[in-house]
Design a binder for this molecule. Structure first.
Ligand code: AMP
Length: 282
């Protein structure tokens, strides 16, 4: 496995690979890798000749300084996992390397970024778009892999590719969960034991919502039930529990308003903010 810290060296290496007609798959991450990330790497390795994984904690997508400071950084174990998981190239740039100049570009994703994560994390998706575009420019992959765990991010990246007319295939990878159903996340390691014990209730609630969906006359009734269900957990504070069209991400009033429907939640468990989602029907 090759490790690069500069854009120059990485590009030099990838140009040689490309000249040999090798296909390149990109997996962008912020490190603190777990089995969810490794599923992206595995799929990329199955579908490409060269897998590039970027590890960069992107400061401009954090809207709280504290969250950025507390974001876990576990570089040496990340490198071990990547080596064992079939990654060919790791790109691990410094902040100066990624942003040598002040960031000036600004993206407008319209209604897609005004809901859910976008509503509670202003500027978050603009920061994500800037770093992902930069990575796309540097790596120039045929395919790039994103987890369905960050469902809104996935839709926004697809929109970015469309807006910029990029020739990159965005591949969605299903959510990888712990044995008890908790969606894997780099943030899980920061949960206190009692918070970790309670956290699987999030997914249990999503599963119940999906199974019993038809018993609720409208999405609004299900939202009310689900929010109450989670809110009654002493360690939980629900930020949103939204039922939206899986493409437009806009709320629906009636079940018949959409053919593809997703339920997305963000819940603080203690101080740790967790997100999860489930397709209700499609
Ligand atoms: P992050 O390092 O949190 O920015 O995540 C990097 C990529 O891994 C994103 O595309 C995430 O959606 C994806 N990812 C994170 N957790 C999971 C998971 N539990 N299952 C599938 N993909 C995930």
């Amino acid at each position: 496995m090759r490790i690069f810290e500069t854009v120059y060296d990485l590009k030099l290496f990838l140009n040689v690979e490309r000249a040999q007609q090798k296909s390149i798959g990109l997996v962008p991450t912020m490190g603190a890798l777990h089995a969810g990330h490794m599923a992206l790497i595995r799929q990329a390795a199955d579908e490409n000749d060269v897998v590039v994984c970027s590890v960069f904690v992107n400061p401009i997508q954090f809207n709280k300084e504290e969250d950025l400071q507390n974001y876990p950084r576990t570089v040496s174990s990340d490198l071990e996992k990547l080596q064992a998981g079939g990654c060919d190239v790791v790109f691990i740039p410094s902040e100066e390397e990624m942003y040598p100049e002040p960031v000036e570009e600004n993206y407008d994703f319209g209604p897609l970024e005004q809901v859910m994560e976008g509503r509670f994390r202003p500027g978050h998706f603009k920061g994500v778009a800037v770093v992902v575009r930069r990575l796309f420019e540097i790596v120039d992959p045929e395919k790039a892999y994103f987890g369905q765990k960050d469902y809104q991010q996935l839709i926004i990246i697809r929109k970015l590719v469309q807006m910029l007319n990029l020739n990159i295939d965005i591949v969605a990878v299903p959510i990888v969960r712990e044995a008890d159903g908790l969606a894997m996340s780099s943030r899980n390691m920061r949960l206190k034991p009692e918070e970790r014990d309670a956290a699987p209730i999030i997914y249990k609630t999503l599963l119940y919502a999906k199974a019993q969906r038809e018993k609720f006359d409208t999405p609004g009734h299900l939202i009310k039930w689900g929010t109450q269900q989670l809110q009654q957990q002493p360690l939980f504070d629900v930020e949103y529990f939204d039922i939206v069209d899986a493409d437009s991400l806009q709320s629906i009033k009636q079940w018949s308003d959409t053919k593809r429907c997703i339920l997305c939640v963000a819940v603080f468990v203690g101080k740790i903010r967790l997100i999860d989602n489930i397709i209700l029907f499609s």
